[in-house]
Write a protein that binds this ligand. Sequence first.
Ligand code: CMX
Length: 388
Amino acid sequence: MSDKEVLLELTSDHLNTGLRGVPVGTCRTSFVTPTEGVHYCGYPITELATFAPEDIVYLLFNKELPTPEQSKEIRAELASRATVPGDLEPILKALPRDGHPMDWLSVGIHTLGMLETTNDWRSDAMNLIARMPRLMGLLFRIREGRTENIPADDPAASMVDRFVNTLDLQGVDKAKMTQIISTYLVLHMDHGGGNLSTFTGKAIASGHATVYSSMAGAMNALSGPLHGRANQSCLEFVLRIGTSDPVEVEAFVRAELEAKRPVFGFGHAVLRTEDPRATVQFALGQEVCPDDENFKIIRTLREVAPRVLGENPKISNPNANVDIASGALLHHIGLTDPTYYTTFFGWARVAGIGAQIVDERGVMRNGKGTPIYRPKYMAEQQTLRHVE
Ligand code: CMX
């Protein structure tokens, strides 16, 4: 981008629109196009979907895919940072069981920060990424009351294996669980610079709050039903449908629209085709669980809903979005409670948001970093008044 390029003529129409479409900065980790969806450091997400999460962490922080040697190094680095320097368990055990898992996640991240903060942006971001698998596993177990015989963490294992081992669910296919969660993490790690949670995390960090405080704030932003919690709503929607018969599914979709309720898992603010992350997850589901009841429902929905939604010319994109399939896949591997699903989204985003915070703090403006955020608000009450 050249210097002093006019990017947007601002008018009063831009006010009170949540900064929609207003350029505020540059993003080094990812961008989103209407047809190919998200790209990490230039690579379309479909080309990255089968990489290990550790390699994508490397990509987001270094802007290059790792060589085999670098791939070993990032794993060794994450292993060296994995051990939580203190005891998370008593804090998590004290939290209200009924609290939403996203609130637990936010408190858990804050707690990790209280146990150790180095105040080096990169170290703290990498420490947090390395400690997330254990936090996630403990969060599930303690919230569910499974507090006995928690397996010891193995820092040398992959990030996903560390979560699966800590979780230690019985009667599940752990290899399949690892495959599905690895893909989920890679697909959800980053999505440009301006989505609400990423923007919030960077804004908090711009005041030089710690990586942990910034990330906890980002997770609070992600927890909203208009943002990350849509993946929870999406599986709840699929469970309500309860049939994969195309005629019944079509009747259900039409009834939802008639009742002015959203057809979850379809539509997008930016994309104008099926989200490639949905395409990847459909292919994965077809490979690992083609006969799963919920997978059969979303397969029918994928055929029926775009046609029905397409009848409404107001809907810019009637196709499947990222949230359509992830819930069905997580449910299939034994993670049957949808209220946990946004925590996986949060876990994944810690990598992208962490990398973007590191860029904004130490790379932008030739290493000076982005200053503290301070957008301008116009006064609504323009007349000067005095107390009588
Ligand atoms: N079901 C029902 N109505 C829908 C719809 C859907 N799946 N998608 C769009 N619409 C409606 C919008 O609500 C809007 O209605 P109004 O004009 O009455 O406000 C109209 O169609 C035009 O919307 P749009 O310009 O096509 O899309 P928006 O940017 O306004 O909304 C989104 C995008 C995602 C909020 C919307 O498509 C939606 O609500 N989808 C269902 C919920 C969902 O799956 N969310 C997950 C999003 C995943 C992601 O962001 O990656």
